[in-house]
Design a protein around this ligand. Structure first.
Ligand SMILES: Cc1cc2nc3c(=O)[nH]c(=O)nc-3n(C[C@H](O)[C@H](O)[C@H](O)COP(=O)(O)OP(=O)(O)OC[C@H]3O[C@@H](n4cnc5c(N)ncnc54)[C@H](O)[C@@H]3O)c2cc1C
Length: 185
């Protein structure tokens, strides 16, 4: 009778643990599609949502993910995967320039195609590069002699240390070959 009770209690406890620590597959969130789990997957669709992560460190406490085309999960991640869902793009022009604004979650290739449809030229060598607009300055994506950093005048970002939106001009972005101030920060 005593043994029966202990077994039952253990069963209940293990059920409770499984209920409060859901295991979520990240397989469909990275292009290699290897099976791995994370503790949690969340999305952020406003600057207010970003405030939840103030003081936490991308890559350590959570992993920020675009389309997962430059990330591979080879094992379970005991943390939170955060996927921005920030969309929007616009074009303004004066006599000599186009001023293009694009949000982080826009698909990069579709963004390039949209620019061409609007007769804004220059990025066509970068068509078909996988991923999002938001990830493009991180490694300063490039192909066929062109790099996105050549066309970026500034990058807005949410500073996790103080919770403010900040802007870096192209020089401060420190673009190099597949490199920028954002890489590893
Ligand atoms: C088939 C293939 C072809 C490719 N060809 C090229 C090429 O020709 N040239 C080239 O330069 N690259 C190329 N790449 C690499 C890839 O396209 C880029 O690294 C791209 O920028 C990844 O975008 P993503 O949204 O998938 O980023 P993810 O893989 O999701 O993330 C990459 C890194 O950026 C960070 N990150 C993502 N989004 C944000 C954000 N909004 N804010 C802050 N950090 C963020 C992530 O934390 C992670 O560290 C290729 C990749 C593949 C798979």
């Amino acid at each position: 009778m005593r043994n029966f009770l202990v077994t039952d209690i253990l069963r209940i406890i293990s059920h409770l643990i499984l209920s409060v620590i859901p295991v979520i597959s990240v397989q469909s969130f990275h292009t290699f599609q290897l099976q791995a789990n994370a503790k949690r997957i969340s999305s952020i669709d406003s600057i207010e949502d970003c405030r939840r992560y103030i003081g936490r460190k991308n890559g350590k406490d959570f992993i920020l993910l675009g389309e997962g085309s430059n990330c591979v999960f080879v094992e379970d991640y005991n943390g939170e995967i955060v996927i921005p869902k920030l969309f929007g793009k616009s074009i303004e022009e004066d006599n000599s320039n186009f001023f293009v604004d694009a949000s982080a979650s826009e698909n990069w290739h579709e963004f390039v195609i949209w620019l061409l449809a609007n007769k804004v030229y220059g990025l066509e060598n970068l068509a078909l590069i996988t991923g999002t607009v938001g990830a493009s300055p991180i490694q300063n994506i490039g192909a066929y002699g062109i790099e996105v950093g050549q066309f970026i005048s500034s990058v807005d970002y949410f500073d996790l240390t103080c919770g403010e939106i900040k802007t870096l001009d192209a020089q401060a972005c420190n673009f190099g070959y597949r490199d920028s101030v954002f890489k590893g920060s």
